[in-house]
Design a protein around this ligand. Structure first.
Ligand SMILES: [Zn+2]
Length: 74
């Protein structure tokens, strides 16, 4: 279960996980498993299309952040 996550809950979780890293101003939220379009504020070169579920499970979907994260983890 846990699929009934509305946009307010998603944004609360996303901001507690990522702070101000991603820009959610342009999202059209349909469901937790429907892709949304977001943008990384640090790497705004490409729009990120990702489901809210994946966004919260991963580094957020920005491949540049992911690369930085991996680099720091070494
Ligand atoms: Zn990024």
């Amino acid at each position: 279960m846990g699929s009934r996550i509305d946009v307010a809950t998603f944004l609360t979780r996303a901001r507690s996980r990522f702070g101000d890293r991603y820009d959610y101003s342009g999202i059209v939220y349909r469901s937790f498993r429907s892709p949304i379009r977001i943008r990384c504020r640090e790497h705004p070169v490409a729009e990120i299309v990702i489901t809210p579920e994946r966004h919260l499970e991963t580094m957020g979907g920005c491949r540049y952040c992911l690369r930085d994260h991996r680099f720091r983890a070494r």
